[in-house]
Design a protein around this ligand. Structure first.
Ligand SMILES: [Zn+2]
Length: 77
């Protein structure tokens, strides 16, 4: 094996690794975009009366608890 074929193999090896890393980055980005909006779409509420955690539309300020009917403010983590 001479020097030029050696550097060709290194180039191929590095290229394959770069494509593998690039594929992983793109794949995780697609996964992140698919799952992220779902988490921030609805507001999370926590009932002050029965501690039941539920979600409602992001446009509403207060939501009624489906468990006991008590009105609750937005729950912030
Ligand atoms: Zn409740």
């Amino acid at each position: 094996m001479n020097i030029s074929s050696m550097s060709e193999w290194i180039f191929v090896y590095v290229s394959v690794w770069l494509f593998a890393i690039l594929f992983c980055v793109i794949y995780s980005e697609i996964r992140r975009r698919r799952f992220e909006p779902k988490e921030t779409d609805d507001r999370v509420f926590r009932c002050s009366d029965c501690d039941f955690v539920y979600t409602d539309d992001p446009t509403v300020e207060r939501a009624r608890c489906p468990h006991c009917g008590c009105m609750n403010d937005t729950f912030t983590f």
